[in-house]
Design a protein around this ligand. Structure first.
Ligand code: ADP
Ligand code: MG
Length: 624
């Protein structure tokens, strides 16, 4: 043990001097602001492109060197900047886009904070050159750190060029966080992609290290727009999209969404624009996910490029310095509008004449049922420990659907029509989209003939969807039956959640719940929708409350019931190996044509595919 012989010496008894309060120099203030706005070269590109778009440009040239670390140059043919305003444009809080806070209420420009150029200039070597559209020649100003050169005349076409060299040369801390040239350039490409999706009327050209990488001409019509989307999002995307155009009470939603059968493993192809501004928003994400709720595999993601046009007074754009967020005055209405618009669009995914050609492109990746255990159709009981639960659920199904004779109930057949149709099998004009059944393959697939060639249907997947949609419809038409609990369930919640429950009494009642508050943080559930009598009620209620607090709405209960239907549909649908008669097969085909969403099963797998005669000819090298 060490024994201290002397007490430690105190270094100083005086208090350290307290710095006096002073104003930061504009240079430091700008550098601090730059910390928020300019994270990396791509953020500079975003600000410069937004300025060009705000200036009414029709064409933008972008030159990048070394992932933007060495050079970023953006040149536009917009209205330009007046000679006498060049210096001002580089000052903080200098903007031509707003005058007062009220102007933010109806903002039409992408910029409005008046800080991008000043921030960027404070952390780089910047040259701003411009010729105002009413002036005969251009002018240029150079800024390095705090040093500004005088404005000097130069030759310049109408429009503006901003050239930025050595980004972060005086901010070593930021420079350290820059990634490789390739990574930084990847971010730049992503930003350009987003902005060029937002403005089809503007042409873009991009070079990197003097190599031309992208040329986008202005896209005046729908075909050209789709071509641009194909260039930016890949031809795969446009081969399998549905077009959305929906308008309701001052809201307009336009764009493209992926078919459920073409989902992605990552949410990396999702672009949502509000009045031309790309945004990331929880409410929007939630709405899109909900629209796809029962047509996508869990963990899969839809792709979309969607544009929402809304009265500018209904949104607040001043939420974040990077302007990537907006706040909606009527969040719930927007949410509902998006869900219903997308769902209507997705409901059209059923066999139609005009869709048969698109379906050709559907992947031939039908589920490998041959390796799955073969179940006898008559037994609707699951082979696992779910047996008990499924039995219960089947009784719920029966409650909704009074039982008739098993097989004929599955396929109500109009015998005369059917016979006539089969006799008419060769008549191409009257052939329905999915044609007429020829045979059943291995008890799993229907082979049918339509005007274009061969149709293959996955029987189980198709029937599952039809059953599911039928249950949903029956349920939506009926009022929800409630069941009073013999033993009420206590649910512990937070005070906020309990407040919310009281506030949303009507909402819960409509869904078939009766819930009372019994304390500051306690609820008691007395009645539940009959369909949910076996659900984990406390957890469900808590999830619903979490949604209500976060989004103002919740579709958990509906989703829960739909999941239940989905399981039911799976177990009551035709299993592999059941022999169907031709009439039964034809009845299934006709049902598919009538049923919304029937191009895919509940998990997003395709239910049918077409092989055209041409494809078959190619396969057999016919006509060569
Ligand atoms: P903000 O865009 O928020 O107004 P900026 O710092 O980005 O702030 O730009 C300051 C001002 O400089 C703009 O308001 C605009 O008047 C002018 N400006 C910047 N870039 C351009 C450009 N490419 N063409 C015309 N004017 C521009
Ligand atoms: Mg700007």
């Amino acid at each position: 043990m060490v024994v201290l012989k002397r007490p430690p010496v105190l270094i100083s008894m005086t208090t350290p001097s307290i710095p006096s309060i002073h104003l930061l120099s504009s240079q430091v203030a700008n550098q601090i602001a730059a910390g928020e706005v300019v994270e990396r070269p791509a953020s500079v590109i975003k600000e410069l492109l937004e300025n060009s778009l705000d200036a009414g440009t029709t064409h933008i040239d972008i030159d990048i060197e070394q992932g933007g670390i060495n050079l970023i140059r953006v040149r536009d043919n917009g209205h330009g900047i007046r000679e006498e305003e060049l210096k001002l444009a580089l000052s903080r809080h200098a903007t031509s886009k707003i005058n007062s806070l009220d102007d933010l209420d109806h903002i039409n420009s992408l910029g409005f904070r008046g800080e991008a150029l000043a921030s960027i200039a404070s952390i780089s070597r910047l040259r701003l050159s411009s010729r105002f559209h009413e002036q005969s020649h251009g002018h240029s100003i150079y800024l390095e750190g705090k040093e500004k050169t005088e404005v000097e005349p130069i030759a310049h076409p109408i429009g503006t060029t901003v050239e930025i060299r050595d980004l972060f040369y005086n901010v070593p801390a930021r420079r350290k966080f820059l990634r490789t040239e390739k990574t930084e350039f990847g971010h730049i490409q992503e930003i350009i992609k987003r902005l060029s999706l937002s403005r089809f009327d503007v042409g873009f050209k991009l070079t990197h290290n003097h190599k031309t990488l992208m040329v986008l001409k202005p896209a005046p019509d729908d075909d050209a727009k789709l071509q641009r989307v194909a260039m930016l999002c890949g031809p795969e995307f446009i081969d399998h999209v549905l077009t959305v155009t929906k308008e309701k009470s001052g809201l307009l939603l336009k764009g493209w969404i992926s078919k459920p059968t073409h989902s992605r493993s990552q949410p990396d192809m999702q672009y949502f624009f509000v009045n031309g501004r790309i945004i990331r928003d929880k409410l929007i994400n939630h709405a899109v996910r909900q629209a796809y709720e029962d047509v996508l595999y869990q963990g899969r993601h839809p792709s979309y490029v969607l544009f929402l046009c809304i009265d500018p007074t209904e949104i607040d754009v001043n939420v974040h310095p990077t302007k990537n967020e907006v706040r909606f005055a009527q969040g719930q209405a927007i949410h509902g509008f998006i869900v219903s618009s997308l769902q209507t669009c997705l409901a059209t995914t059923r066999p139609k004449i005009e869709q048969t050609t698109q379906a050709v492109n559907a992947p031939v990746s039908l589920p490998n049922t041959s390796s799955a255990p073969k179940l006898n159709f008559k037994s609707t009981i699951a082979p696992t420990s779910m047996q008990h639960q499924v039995k219960e659920e089947v009784s719920v199904y029966n409650a909704l659907h009074p039982k008739k004779e098993e097989t004929s109930d599955l396929f109500p057949i109009n015998k005369t029509v059917e016979k006539a149709a089969i006799a008419d099998n060769k008549s191409i004009q009257t052939t329905p989209p999915l044609g007429y059944a020829l045979a059943q393959l291995h008890g799993i697939y229907i082979l049918a003939e339509n005007s274009q060639g061969l149709i293959l249907v996955d029987i189980h997947a198709a029937h599952e969807r039809i059953t599911y949609e039928r249950m949903k419809k029956a349920w939506q038409q009926d009022d929800l039956q409630s069941q009073t609990l013999l033993v009420p369930i206590n649910v512990a919640v937070s005070e906020k959640e309990a407040d919310m429950t009281e506030e949303k009494q009507d909402f819960f009642k409509k869904l078939g719940f009766e819930i009372d508050r019994t304390g500051l943080e306690a609820l008691v559930v007395r009645q539940v929708p009959s369909l949910l009598s076996h659900a984990d009620i406390p957890n469900l209620i808590r999830d619903v409350l979490a949604d209500l607090l976060r989004f103002g709405i919740s579709a958990r209960v509906e989703n829960h019931i739909q999941t239940l239907f989905s399981t039911l549909a799976c177990h009551t649908s035709i299993r592999a190996n059941r022999q169907l008669s031709l009439s039964e097969m034809n009845a299934l085909l006709r049902d598919m044509e009538k049923t919304d969403f029937s191009n895919q099963c509940n998990h997003g797998r395709p239910t049918w595919m077409q092989m055209t005669l041409q494809e078959l000819d190619d396969l057999f090298l016919r006509g060569r």
